[in-house]
Design a protein around this ligand. Structure first.
Ligand code: PSV
Ligand code: MN
Length: 430
C-alpha cells in the first residue's frame, strides 16, 4: 500500500479553518453585494473552472546548467499520475493531465486511462516531442525535425506526431499540441522560406490524419534552442500556418514564448477574433521563457489575459473554446506545491476578471472615460477573491487551504521513502 492523503484528513484540516472561512466568505458576499455582484454566481464559476496539469511538471525541472532532483520525485507516468491526483484532490481545479510522448509511453493506454480515472483524472491534449533524440530512433533531430532538410527525417517526425494522435485517441484526448525546436543558430544556416514550406508540408500530413472532432494546436516560441531564427517564432507565423491548414488548426499561446513586455493580452484578443485561439500554456517570466509559476511574477498580466478571455466568453465570441494548461519548470520548489499554487492563481485571475461589469466598462470606453474604465478594471483586480476560491474547493470536496493541508499531510516525505531516487529519471530539463 502506498501512502495517500485521505478524505478524512482533508475534512479534519478543513474543520479547523471553517469558522474563519465562513466569516471571510460572508464579509466578501456583503462587499460584492454593494457592487451588485452575486457571490454565489462567482462561486459557481470558480467551481466550473478547470486547467490541465502537464505530466512533465510534477518532476523537478532544471536549467542548461544543472538539475537538482527533489526527494520523492515520480519515476514514471504512474507516479506522475499519482502526484497529479494529489493536486486535483486538494485544489479541485485540475481534473485533467496533458501527457508528453515518448516521455509518458506505456504498453497499455486503456489501462492508463483507467488508472488516471482512479485519481478522478482525465487526459487533455497530447504533446509530441521531436526536440530530443530517442535511443531507438533512426534519424537525428540535431538539425531539425518537421522542417529538416532531409525528407526521411521530416517523415520520421510526422510519423511520431501521428502516433501521438493514435495514443491520444485511446486516452480520450481530442487535441495534439505541436511545438518544434527547429530553427537556426547562424545566418545562412537555413533558407527561412524553405523551412516554413517544409513545416507546412509536414503539418499538412499530420493534419490529414486528425480524427473527426480533433484539433492540432500550433505552439510558437520566440527563441531557444535555436537562437538566430526559430521556424514558428511568433503568433504571426503560427496564425499563418493555422489559417492555411484549416479549421482544425489553432494557435496555442505559451505565456513565456514572447519578447519581454509584449502585450500578450492583445495577441489573445486578435486570435479570438480570428477564431484561432487554441488555448494556453500558463507560466510566468521576468526575462525570457523562464517557465516560472503562473502569477508569481506578474499576476496583473495574467489577470489582463483573463480579462480578454472572460470578455470573449460572456459575449459568446464565435469559435471560442480555449484549452487551459499549465507549462512550468520547477527547479527550486516542490512541483506539487508549485502546481497547486499556480492552479489557484489561474483560477483567481479568472474570477477577478469575472467581477468586471462588462456593460458598465463598455459604456465608459464608449464615452472615452479613460480613468473610470481603468479604475473599474483595477477594482476587480484589487478584490481579494480568496474566500470564493476556498468555498469552491470546499463544495467540491477539496482543501480550504491546499498548501497547508499538503504540507501537514507529509505526502512528500512519505513519497521520498517509497520512491528511492533513480539515475536519469524521465523528467529532465523541461
Ligand atoms: C517548449 O519550451 C515548451 O513550452 C513546449 O510546450 C514543450 O512541449 C514544453 O515546453 C516541454 O518542454
Ligand atoms: Mn509550452
Amino acid at each position: 500500500m502506498t501512502f495517500a492523503i485521505t478524505t478524512d484528513f482533508i475534512a479534519t484540516q478543513n474543520a479547523k479553518a471553517l469558522d474563519a472561512h465562513k466569516e471571510d466568505y460572508s464579509a466578501l458576499a456583503r462587499q460584492l453585494e454593494r457592487r451588485a455582484i452575486d457571490i454565489e454566481a462567482m462561486t459557481t464559476r470558480a467551481m466550473a473552472y478547470a486547467v490541465a496539469v502537464p505530466t512533465w511538471g510534477v518532476g523537478t525541472g532544471g536549467t542548461r546548467f544543472a538539475r537538482f532532483p527533489g526527494p520523492g520525485e515520480p519515476r514514471g507516468i504512474h507516479e506522475k499520475l499519482e502526484d497529479c491526483g494529489v493536486i486535483h484532490q486538494l485544489a479541485r481545479t485540475t481534473p485533467t493531465v496533458s501527457p508528453h510522448f515518448p516521455w509518458d509511453k506505456v504498453s497499455d493506454y486503456r489501462a492508463l486511462r483507467q488508472e488516471a480515472a482512479s485519481y478522478e483524472l482525465g487526459f487533455d491534449c497530447v504533446n509530441s516531442n521531436t526536440f530530443q533524440d530517442q535511443t531507438e530512433q533512426a534519424k537525428s533531430y540535431k538539425y531539425g525535425s518537421l522542417t529538416h532538410a532531409d525528407k526521411s527525417t521530416r517523415q520520421q517526425a510526422v510519423e511520431h506526431n501521428i502516433e501521438c494522435i493514435e495514443i491520444g485517441q485511446q486516452l480520450g484526448s481530442n487535441a495534439l499540441t505541436v511545438w518544434i525546436a527547429d530553427g537556426s543558430n547562424f545566418p545562412g544556416q537555413s533558407n527561412l522560406g524553405k523551412v516554413f514550406d517544409h513545416y507546412m508540408q509536414s503539418l499538412q500530413s499530420i493534419y490529414d490524419k486528425l480524427p473527426k472532432n480533433w484539433s492540432v494546436f500550433l505552439e510558437h516560441k520566440m527563441y531557444e534552442p535555436a537562437f538566430y531564427s526559430t521556424v514558428i517564432a511568433d503568433w504571426g507565423s503560427s496564425l499563418m500556418a493555422a489559417t492555411e491548414l484549416g479549421d482544425k488548426a489553432k494557435c496555442l499561446v505559451d505565456l513565456g514564448h514572447h519578447a519581454p513586455n509584449t502585450n500578450i493580452e492583445q495577441i489573445v484578443s486578435r486570435l479570438i477574433r480570428a477564431q484561432k485561439l487554441a488555448g494556453f500554456h500558463f507560466n510566468d517570466s521576468k526575462y525570457g521563457d523562464d517557465d516560472l509559476d503562473a502569477g508569481s511574477v506578474d499576476p496583473f498580466r495574467l489577470f489582463l489575459v483573463f480579462n480578454e478571455l472572460v470578455d470573449a466568453e460572456l459575449s459568446n465570441a464565435k469559435g471560442f473554446n480555449p484549452a487551459y494548461m499549465i507549462d512550468q519548470s520547477h527547479n527550486v520548489t516542490d512541483p506539487i506545491e508549485s502546481l497547486i499554487s499556480s492552479a489557484m492563481e489561474i483560477q483567481r485571475s479568472y474570477i477577478k476578471a469575472s467581477l468586471i461589469n462588462r456593460l458598465e466598462l463598455s459604456g465608459m470606453q464608449d464615452q472615452s472615460d479613460v480613468m473610470a474604465a481603468h479604475r473599474l478594471v483595477k477594482q476587480a483586480y484589487n478584490t481579494d477573491v480568496t474566500p470564493i476560491l476556498c468555498e469552491a474547493r470546499l463544495r467540491k470536496g477539496g482543501a480550504l487551504h491546499p498548501f497547508a493541508t499538503y504540507r501537514a499531510s507529509g505526502y512528500r516525505n512519505e513519497k521520498a521513502k517509497e520512491r528511492p531516487a533513480v539515475a536519469g529519471s524521465s523528467s529532465g530539463i523541461v
